[in-house]
Design a protein around this ligand. Structure first.
Ligand code: NDP
Length: 312
């Protein structure tokens, strides 16, 4: 029996700021976009607390509320927003074939991939328990809440160094917990950390437990991997900066990815190596990773999809 396909002009996969912004622009351009929300409707912002750096919200807004507003705005222009996960794609020929877990099979003239990235976590129970109550994977988003306080940050890569120096400008003291006796970060980033007075690097340390009470985190228990010795730091914020994984599992072999599995886009554009397929937001950006930059590239992707359709 022949599989029945739903034919659409524009499919958007993912529902963070990139996906919803693409949906707003694509629906206003009459592309009648269908958007699949994915595993975490609203994306990474739904696991943060206050968003204070997105222009247009002078009093700040919570991540989940902001994403609800993005969704409502996209729906206002007719975007077909669906609860569900895209499980398989076939990008071998146009129109592109996509299957979702609601049983739908879709033929799409253009596809905008906005599946984002997920922060890596240590995997501790206490990390889950205090997520949003002192535990964060984004210093740029949440550092502000710890102004004048002592915080700890785990990781030794470029992100960790960048976030530690960012936090050092706001916080009283930043403990950097590094599991080896050296950084993975580039020399220039390492130097910035070493030259920042209020950052103390704790080499060869791992996190055993994050501790706190009803009002949030108030400490962290560390272990020296060389000596086995344990120590507790009094801190109020605990930041995890051990890398991100782009959500590209289903696109492997279908579209060009870089060595860390991010989608490769043409510089200054959201075009991928397949015509009519565009990528926006963190799935193609391991550098800025901000809601506003994701929204910006979501807008670019919709405009590029519209131009592609009108020239084809
Ligand atoms: P990386 O993978 O480069 O670094 C991850 C760091 O976290 C490493 O120090 C690693 O330790 C540590 N780590 C990993 N897992 C654990 C764990 N379970 N417990 C404790 N520590 C852990 O990720 P980044 O996000 O830092 O960088 C990703 C890419 O983005 C890199 O290519 C980086 O260069 C680039 N980038 C560039 C920037 C810039 O140029 N300004 C800014 C930010 C990122 P170990 O070394 O022992 O494995």
């Amino acid at each position: 029996m022949n599989e029945e396909f739903e034919k659409i002009k524009c499919l958007i996969i993912g529902s963070g700021p990139a996906g919803y912004t693409a949906a707003i622009y694509a629906s206003r351009a009459d592309l009648k976009p269908v958007l699949y929300q994915g595993l975490q409707p609203g994306g990474q912002l739904t696991i943060t607390t206050e968003v204070d750096n997105f222009p247009g919200y002078p009093e700040g807004i919570t991540g989940p509320e902001m994403m609800e507003q993005f969704k409502t705005q996209a729906e206002r222009f007719g975007a077909d927003i669906r609860w569900g996960i895209v499980t398989k794609v076939d990008f071998s020929a146009r129109p592109y074939k996509v299957w979702a877990d609601d049983g739908k099979a879709i033929l799409a003239d253009t596809v905008i991939i906005a599946t984002g990235a997920s922060a890596k976590w240590l995997g501790l129970e206490s990390e889950k328990k205090f997520n949003g109550q002192g535990v964060s994977a984004c210093a740029t988003c949440d550092g502000f809440f710890y102004r004048g306080k002592d915080v700890a940050l785990v990781g030794g890569g470029d992100t960790a160094c960048e976030e530690a120096t960012y936090l050092a400008k706001l916080c009283n003291k930043v403990y950097m917990i590094v599991r080896r006796d050296q950084f993975r970060a580039s020399k220039i980033m390492q130097e910035k950390v070493i030259n920042t007075q209020n950052i103390e690097v704790l080499w060869n340390h791992t996190t055993k437990e994050i501790v706190g009470d009803m009002s949030g985190v108030n400490g962290v228990l560390l272990q020296n991997v060389k000596t086995g010795e344990e120590k507790k730091l009094d801190i109020h914020g605990f930041f995890v900066a051990i890398g991100h994984d782009p959500n590209t599992e289903i696109f492997k072999g279908e579209i060009a990815l870089d060595e860390t599995n991010y989608i490769i886009t043409e510089p200054g554009s959201t075009k991928t190596n397949k015509e009519g397929i565009f990528a926006a937001g963190d799935v193609q950006d391991h550098h800025y990773r901000q809601a506003i930059t994701a929204a910006g590239t979501g807008c670019m992707a919709a405009i590029e999809a519209e131009r592609f359709l009108s020239s084809n």
